[in-house]
Design a protein around this ligand. Structure first.
Ligand SMILES: [Ca+2]
Ligand SMILES: [Ca+2]
Length: 402
């Protein structure tokens, strides 16, 4: 359309609108209604384009920052629980679904662990998440009553293939878990897939898994919208893991370089000290850090993110204390001296059965330097009460590991 025609059309519209405004008969009521509906249709289309532009811009920004196409962050929901699971063989009714039944008990005789046929080549277990997810981490709970060493070494595979998981890409290489720990948390950030598998490479291997949890950094909004509100009668079978330390008041026995205690509960797990999200104590005897959760919780596990850019071995050995005293090192210890694998950014320590308002980390010894990039505390209260806070969490009686 030429410039002259555009001006003429605009003038005609102005005349029509003026006529409308005066109630003039130059434009019939029918014509006015027609023009009005046309204008509203155009306005609706312009609004839709505006929304689309805003959404595209947000997505592009998120992709530029994270490399992931989905902007929604995970609230720490185990996306493997209750999903369909498979394994290369089964014995004695210890079926694949036992590793996604929501029960992390490491006692084989509690009937919540899997078991493949004794001594096979490359035994494997895998879960179908139902759709593809961007994976954040995989947490594996090992059998604890016997034979803990059988799991080492193991591989994790993540991908789109529904066959034996060996056909999918590996997350990392051969993992070795600390056989004195009930679980290991492995970061697989950036991997995407519908199938997550655990495989024991080699001959004469036997695979027993008491639970495999899969956490996505990026959850589709549909998953977020459908997660809450299980049937109240079944609430005690479901667990939600929320980091109850994040943003809470934190303390430490000394501070250097302005690296205050709050940096370990700022929600940022970056293990590069220079990303300004790690706390730092001065070199001292028994340096400690602790967080006040604001009230007492039943603790499930504590996840510690170590400094990785320099001397990660400084963290070893460390203790975890949980209890009601604000002098946190006077509280009961969760386990003994813990050791983190210095090649791993984090360690997940099970403290099931412990209760307390204050959770602390202490380095025992004469001259130690403490640097924690993040400390996450997860409570094992059931999903219904955690979301609705209408019931007091049931006291737990597990004391096995702490
Ligand atoms: Ca289980
Ligand atoms: Ca941090």
């Amino acid at each position: 359309m030429g410039e002259k025609n555009r001006v003429q059309t605009a003038l005609l519209l102005v005349v029509y609108v003026l006529c409308l405004g005066r109630g003039d008969s130059a434009l019939t009521k029918q014509q006015a209604e027609h023009l009005k509906s046309r204008l509203e249709a155009v306005k609706t289309r312009v609004d839709a384009v505006k929304i689309k532009v805003t959404q595209t811009s947000l997505t592009l920004n998120t992709m530029a920052e994270t490399g992931f196409p989905q902007p929604t962050q995970s609230p720490g929901i185990n996306i493997a629980e209750g999903k369909e699971a498979f394994q290369s063989s089964s014995i004695l009714g210890m079926v694949a679904s036992h590793a996604v039944d929501g029960n992390t008990d490491g006692d084989y005789y509690e009937n919540s662990c899997t078991h493949t046929t004794q001594g096979t080549r490359d035994p494997a277990w895998w879960v179908d998440l139902g759709q593809s997810y961007t994976i954040g981490r995989v947490v594996i709970f090992n059998r604890q009553d016997c034979c803990q060493e059988r799991i080492n070494p193991f591989n994790i595979h993540i991908g789109a293939s529904s066959r034996n998981p060996v056909t999918n890409p590996k997350c990392g290489g051969d993992y070795e878990m600390d056989v004195n720990q009930p679980s290991i948390s492995i970061l697989c950030q950036g991997m995407t897939g519908r199938y997550v598998g655990v495989r024991l490479p080699g001959s004469h291997r036997t695979l027993a898994l008491c639970e495999v949890q899969v956490f996505s950094d990026v959850l589709p909004s549909a998953e977020l919208n459908t997660t809450p509100t299980p049937a109240p009668g079944k609430a005690h079978h479901r667990f939600v893991y929320i980091n109850i330390a994040r943003g809470k008041q934190a303390y430490q026995t000394s501070v250097v370089w302005g690296k205050v205690a709050g940096l370990a509960v700022d929600g940022d797990t970056n293990t590069d000290y220079y990303a300004d999200s790690c706390q730092h104590n001065a070199g001292e005897a028994n340096p400690s850090w602790w967080v006040d959760l604001g009230k007492s919780f039943t603790i499930n596990r504590v996840v510690i993110f170590n400094r990785q850019d320099y001397e990660p071995e400084r963290l070893n050995p460390f203790n975890i204390h949980i209890g009601s005293s604000s002098t946190v090192t006077s509280n009961p210890q969760c386990g003994g001296d813990h050791q983190i694998d210095v090649n791993q950014p984090s360690i997940s320590v099970s403290c099931q059965g412990m209760t307390g308002r204050h959770v602390g980390v202490r380095l025992p010894g004469e001259y130690r330097s403490l640097t924690l990039c993040e400390v996450q505390v997860f409570s094992g209260t059931d999903l219904y009460s955690e979301l609705h806070r209408t019931r007091v969490p049931r006291p737990r009686t597990f004391t096995k590991w702490c």
